[in-house]
Ligand binder design. Sequence first.
Ligand code: ADP
Ligand code: MG
Length: 679
Amino acid sequence: MELNETVSVLKGVGPKKQAALEKLGIRTIADLVNFFPRDYEDRRQARSIGELEEEKPALVRAKVELVVKDPYRKGRKQILRVLVSDGTGNLELIFFQASYLANTFQIGKTYDFFGRPAANFGKLQMIHPDYAVSEKGLIQGILPVYPLTSGLSQKEMRLWQRTALAGIPEMEEYLPKEIVERNRLCSCHYAVSNVHFPKDKQPLLAAKYRLVFDELMALQLGLLAARQKTTGSKKGLVFHRGDAKAYIDSLGYQLTGAQQKVAAEIAGDLRSGRVMNRLVQGDVGSGKTAIAEIALYQAVKSGFQGVFMAPTELLAKQHFEGLSKSFQPHGVTVGILTGSMTAKEKRQVLERLALGEIQILVGTHAIIQPDVTFQNLGLVITDEQHRFGVKQRTALSEKGSDPHVLVMTATPIPRTLAVILYGDLDVSIIDELPPGRQQIITKAIDEGQRQTCYDFVEKELSKGRQAYVVAPLIDESEVLDVKSAEALYQELQDRMKGYQVALLHGAMKQKEKDDIMTRFYENQIQVLVSTVVIEVGINVPNATVMVIENAERFGLAQLHQLRGRVGRGKHQSYCVLVSKKSLEVAVKRAEIMVSSQDGFYIAEQDLKLRGPGEIFGTRQHGVPDLAIADLGRHTKILNDVKKEADQIIKEDPSLKQPVHAGMKQRVLKLFGDDFSLKL
Ligand code: ADP
Ligand code: MG
C-alpha cells in the first residue's frame, strides 16, 4: 500500500464511505494516517463477567457457548443472541439486524467484547458490544476515538487505520538528524503508529510531542517564509538626534518603568540603521500614546516627518488635540487629515504637508489616499493596529522611502502567540499601568437582577455620570442584533426619562457612528446603547458604568476591551456582566473578569478556555487551522520550534535545498490553497 493511493484501496471503502471520508478531508492513505484521534478509550484491563457493574463499559474476554437466532424475524431484521461465559458468570450479547453476523461467532472460541452491561430480568446483557477474536487483541488496549461525521463508525475507522498502518512502508525521516536529536523526537513512523494505537501512555506522549512539533514546524516555517519576502532586514533611516529627554521632561509625569523600557527599545531601532518594524502591545490606559509621541519627537528632531494613523475620526481628533497641545511648546507643527474635512481644508493640509510645514500628521484612512505626499516621511505609527490590514500598513509605508514603522495595539496577545501572529514584527510590551489607576468594580449578575442593575445606572446618571450599555447579541444575523438592540434602546429610553439615550449599531454608516460618539463624548448623550462596536481607544472619562447584556456571548478579550471603556477618569467606575444562562464557560469567564483587570492574564486565560481555533481571529492573521497542535497549550514546543525554524529560514529562505524538501512539502500541505503561500 502506498501513501498516495486513494482510500478506496481499503477493504470496506466503497463510494459511500469514500464520500464520507472526503468530508473529513481524507482522500489518500496519507490523509488517513494523518487523521488523528480526538481522544482514547482505555481498554487495557479486561474484567471477568462476575466483576461487571451495570452501566460501566468494560472489556470482557469470554467463550461463546450458544448462538441463537430469533425464530420470528428473518433476513435483515434478524436478531442474534450470543451467550458467553468465562467461569465467573454468563453474559448475553444482543445484536439487532444481525443477519450478517450469523456465522461470525464460533461456538467454543474465545472473543473480546467491549460494551455497557445492563441487567434485564436478572440476566446480564450487552447490546451491540464491540467484538474481536481474542488472539488478535484488536479491541483490547488503548483505543483511538476519532472525530467522525455521520456514516462512519469508530469501529470501521479503527480497522482502516490498522490496515493502513500495517500496509504502508516505513516513513522516511524528513527532519535533519540534528533537529531530531536536539529535540529528542521519536521517529515520524513511530509517532504516527503510536498516536493511533499506543501501547502505553508514554509512547502516546512521545508520539503526540513529535506530531505537535511537526505541525508547529510547518506553521512556523510557512509564516517565516511568507514574511521573509515582505520585510527582511532593510537598510533604514538613522535618527541621529534621538534624544527625547526634553520632550519626556515636558510630559508632566514620570514614565512608568515599562514605558521607559519600550521607549528605549524603540530608540535603539531608530538609531540602528535598519528599518524598524515594531509592535507595541499595552493594555488600555497603559500609556501608548506617550510612547508614540516620543518616537515622533525623535523623528522631527532628526529632520523627518511623522504620521500617526487612527482607525476612527473621533480617535484621530482626540490624538490631534492631545498632540497639538504637547508639541506646541517644542515648536513642532501638528496637522490633521480626515475624511470629513472639506476639499478646501484638505488642500491646505496637503500643501503644507508637501512643503514640510506640517511635521506630524494625525489622521484616519484618509492619509493613505494617493494625493497625500510628504516631503520627508521618516516614521509611520498606526494606533490600534488590529483594525487595519497589512495592506493599509504597507500603503502608508510607501508614502516614504522605507520609513520606520511602529504599530500599537491594546489587544493583549500572549507573547508566545504574538511571535507567531506578528512574526514580521519585533514585539514590545507595556506590562505596567501608570500609578494610581482605579480598580473597576466588576459584578456578574443574572437576568433576574437586571432591574436592580438599571436602577444603579440611573443613580450614576443622577450624579452626572454617563453609561455604556452593550446590547444583547442574538445570533450571527445582524438584522436580529439590530432588532434586539432597538428593543433595549426603547426600554431604556422609556425608563430613563430626562436623559438622552442613543443607539449605536454595526449597520450604521461610519459618519453616523462618529457623530453619535462625538455627542456622547461631549455629554449630549448620557446613555449609549450599542452593539459591540464601541470604538477601541475612545476616552470618555465621565462614563462610569459599562453594562454588558448577554455577557455569556462574549469572549474574555472582548469583555476586557469593553470594560476598558470605563474607569478612565477620577470617578469610581463599574462593569456589570448580565448573563442569561449559567453556561460553565460563561461562569468561568465572569469569575476571571471579576477577579482580574490585567489584560495579559485575561488573554492567557482566554486562550486556555477557548481552544485554538478561535483565538483572536488567527485565521485572518494567516494562521491555518491546526490538526493536533494547540497554540494555547503547546507554548514550550512552539518556542523550541521557533529556534529551529529561524535557523532554517536564515540558511534557506525559500526551502530550496534538497534536505528541506520534506519540510517544504509539509508547509505547503498545511497552508493549502487558501493562503496562496508561494515557496
Ligand atoms: P493607551 O495605552 O490606552 O493608549 P493612553 O496613552 O491614552 O493609553 O494613556 C492613558 C492616560 O494615561 C492618558 O491620560 C495619559 O496622559 C496617562 N499617562 C500615560 N502615561 C502615564 C504615566 N507614566 N503616568 C501617569 N499618567 C500617564
Ligand atoms: Mg490609545
